[in-house]
Design a protein around this ligand. Sequence first.
Ligand SMILES: [Zn+2]
Length: 180
Amino acid sequence: MDITWSGPEGSSHTTLYLCVPFFIGGKMNIKYMEMAFEEAKKAFNEDEVPIGCVIVKDDQVIAKAHNLKEHRKLSLAHAEILAIKEACEQINLKYLVDCDLYVTLEPCMMCMGAIIQSRIKNVYYAANDLKGGAATSVIKIKEVPNINHYPQLYQGMMQEESQALLKKFFKGKRKQKNEI
Ligand SMILES: [Zn+2]
């Protein structure tokens, strides 16, 4: 559901996506999640688990990536890790201060670690990952004490589409398995 909302900084109307249950505000842009979703679709078409990610700085996309674990034969090749690497190369800095990361699935422990290490400010993710999510699902990162940087987390934008794509992928995989 798209809503028009007048931001707390007195900004004029800002289009926000209403996210429940814990989205309470912040600037976000659906177009970046749509781009992340396009990346997820690329992964799907390449027979990879469909997860996509984009990183935005000053309203400019500085990195786009999708999961490439199978192609790279590398368990580290998650969309977020590849996007963080690309973003750092793009701006030639090790930290991504004031950057926003959009990803179609809740980041795992490794990716949350990378998000923290790279000092990303805001993380917008679509679907929850109840089996591996390190934002609020398996680990509630905000409840882990004494971390030197906590990103702001926003969940829910394009949740249904992202979940449906993952379901379609795994359903196809099960079907393939049964046919063998
Ligand atoms: Zn990950």
